[in-house]
Design a protein around this ligand. Structure first.
Ligand code: DC
Length: 221
C-alpha cells in the first residue's frame, strides 16, 4: 500500500510551494492536481475551443499526455512533450480553469490519472478535493488556508517572478471569484475533510508551514 498525503485548500494558500518542498524533504512524488486542470485549460485555449463546447474539452483528455517531472531539483510539468510549467499561470488560463475543472467528465478522467500515479508510489498531492474525494483514505489530510488578501499578495509576487502582469486588485478579484466557484462546484467542491488537520498560513512563513506539515506527516509515518 502506498503512503498518501492530501493537501487541500483555496487558491494561493501556499499548497503548491509547500508541497514541492515537503515532497523533496520526504521523498514523496508530487502530483499537482491544479496544474493538471490548468493543462486542460491551456490546451482548450490552444485549440480555440469555447467554454460552452464541453464535449470538445472532454475529448482533449483522450489526446493529451501530462507528465510530472523533476528537473534541476524543481518540479516541472510537460504537456504533450512540452515544458509548460511557466505557461500555466497566465491570465487566460486563470480565467477559465475553474469552469474547465467543473466539467464532470474532466474530473473523472483526471482523477483516474491521479489514482494511477499513486498506485505504486508514495505521493503528496495538492488540490481541492484530494482528501474528500480523490483519496478519502489518505494517510494524512491537511487543509491549508489563508485570508483572501494574503493569498492575493502572494500570487502577485509569484506572478511578478514569472513575468505575468496582473494588478493586486485584479488578482484579489480573481481569487474571490475562484473561491466562490471552487466552493460551490457541484462535484469536487473545495471543502475541508472531516478528518483533515486545519493549518492557517496567513501569518506563517513558508519554512514554518513546511515544518508543521513535515511534523504532522512524520507522526503518521
Ligand atoms: O491550485 P490551482 O490554483 O492551480 O488550481 C487551478 C484550478 O483547478 C482551480 O480553479 C481549482 C481547480 N482544481 C480543482 O477543481 N480540483 C483540484 N483537485 C485542484 C484544482
Amino acid at each position: 500500500m502506498s503512503f498518501i498525503v492530501a493537501i487541500d485548500g483555496p487558491a494561493g494558500s501556499g499548497k503548491g510551494t509547500v508541497t514541492e518542498i515537503v515532497s523533496k524533504k520526504l521523498g514523496l512524488v508530487n502530483i499537482g492536481s491544479g496544474a493538471a486542470y490548468r493543462c486542460v485549460a491551456l490546451e482548450t485555449i490552444k485549440r480555440g475551443i469555447k467554454l460552452g463546447e464541453t464535449q470538445k474539452i472532454v475529448d482533449i483528455l483522450n489526446e493529451i499526455n501530462i507528465e510530472f517531472k523533476i528537473e534541476d531539483g524543481k518540479d516541472v510539468i510537460y504537456l504533450n512533450g512540452e515544458n509548460v510549467t511557466n505557461n500555466l499561470r497566465t491570465k487566460e488560463v486563470a480565467k477559465i480553469v475553474s469552469q474547465v475543472s467543473s466539467i464532470k467528465e474532466v474530473r473523472f478522467k483526471l482523477n483516474d490519472i491521479f489514482r494511477k500515479c499513486a498506485y505504486d508510489a508514495d505521493v503528496i498531492m495538492e488540490g481541492r478535493d484530494i482528501g474528500t474525494y480523490v483519496f478519502p483514505n489518505a494517510n494524512v489530510k491537511i487543509y491549508l488556508d489563508a485570508t483572501a488578501e494574503e493569498r492575493a499578495r502572494r500570487r502577485f509576487i509569484q506572478n511578478q517572478e514569472i513575468g505575468v502582469e496582473m494588478s493586486y486588485e485584479e488578482i484579489l478579484e480573481n481569487i474571490r471569484i475562484r473561491d466562490k466557484n471552487d466552493m460551490e462546484k457541484e462535484i469536487g467542491a473545495l471543502k475541508m475533510a472531516e478528518d483533515a488537520i486545519y493549518v492557517d498560513s496567513s501569518n506563517m512563513t513558508i519554512e514554518e508551514v513546511v515544518k508543521q506539515i513535515v511534523d504532522i506527516i512524520n507522526k503518521k509515518k
